[in-house]
Design a protein around this ligand. Sequence first.
Ligand code: XMP
Length: 538
Amino acid sequence: MSEYLKQSAQLGNLDRPQIAILDFGSQYSHLIARRVREMKVYCELYSCLVEAQELAAHKITGIILSGGPNSVYEEGAPHVSQGVWDLINERSIPVLGICYGMQELAYVYGGKVAPGQEREYGKATVKSHAKDGEDMLLFEGLPEEFIMWMSHGDKLHAVPEGFTKCGSTENAEFVAIQNLKTRMWGLQFHPEVTHSPMGPTILSNFVVKVCQSPTDWVMTDYAEEFIQSVRLQVGPEGHVIGAVSGGVDSTVAAVLMNRAIGSRFHAILVDNGCLRKDEAVKVLKRLREDCGINLRCNDASGRFLEKLKGVTEPEKKRKIIGGMFIDIFQEEANKIIEEEGKCDFLLQGTLYPDVIESISYKGPSATIKTHHNVGGLPASMKLKLIEPLRELFKDEVRELGMALGIDEPSVWRHPFPGPGLAIRVLGEVTEERVSILQEADDILIQELWSAGVYRDIAQAFVVLLPVKSVGVMGDGRTYENVASVRCVTTTDFMTAEFYRMPYDLMERISNRIINEVRGINRVAYDISSKPPATVEWE
Ligand code: XMP
């Protein structure tokens, strides 16, 4: 049994019915999980190479085979193991194969897959061939013709044994197939992407109508379930430590932990001197005073800034800050262990996308993660991990935060990088330059909230450039710093667009920064998209 399974078992998840998504490396696999969760159905993503034993430990109501970059007949192409097919047959688990997943069905059940004449990519009109009654199970509620998103090279030239055709396009005769006896469906198109407007209906027909999955995945149950299971796991005398940053993930995780075991949860805030204006004080107030969390703060600003002296290279800044963070966290953790006699557990705010990243099948087009949060304690600490958010997407964490009654600014706070303002003060990081940036950044955030647009933006910040410009203030000439405002919209931070900020708001922000922040006399607005730019400047 994998480490995760053992942990899930302790958390009592094995009994919860779930849809299992077997991932063949498609860039859309996580979207399938999103769509299923949106129906309030619990689901988990597994590698397509998952062992039958691992799946057998769960109550699987249905299996979705994702798309993938391979061709089913090419050498080294991934396939579902015979053990998993046996399990599917033994338990009569319904299966939905999407794109490569459909070709996998054909591969196993003797259909004929061959390279298409040309790659089909984009919207296509699908004609339904399903008739009445059971035949319509998957397409129920859909018109006879509907638009779906295609993205494939190979296509099916003959249906596998026992299957019938239930959808076609002008280009491809078999874009939807079904076997009502074994309850297996294959779709050449992608119902999970937003470009497939009828996609949610098809997925819901499969997940809810065919698989009869319970639609009871709600956040308050989730919190209650976690609290009960963590009490069991930690026991009546166990202690847990965890870092908090003021971000939504660590705040939600800390509030849950506090509700579960009170002051036996020890939260640690490390002030690296590169936080937002008054951030440490605000986090202390919110978490300690308002939420009653047993929180200690180590103000290590001086130590961090000392180490950053003379450093201008971004990756070097990251390394220094990451390393120092671990040292200081460990020092604090050791103090707690000394005071309490022992501490066996570490709380981490890992989210489901990180879990997906670590378990998904890596095809040739696998994405490469560029940034990691500062964290990762030395294994020598031998702490057992508690990760209450590892099954949730970011918006679900926010929903949970709201259900727990956490204040709106904390729940909707934009992500903030571990190295903080150190990678937004371009060039050398000094106390003075951090302080200039803190003031400008504070004005930007205030104005976005008061204009009511903060939640429309995924991330907003100011960058202090290592450039000076000439200006005029009153009767005098100034020669001061230039700052750039960066506001982006995105869902996953892999790509991003600059936020189309209304001019009057831009004007207000620029005026306030230039008038109120000593040391900045010019403000620019960053209009770069990612790619080719990145969100952060460093
Ligand atoms: P980029 O600049 O790569 O940023 O487009 C994407 C997201 O990652 C955040 N980011 C970081 N987060 N440590 C972090 O914890 C880092 O070193 C780091 N660098 C970038 C960035 O703020 C954005 O949300």
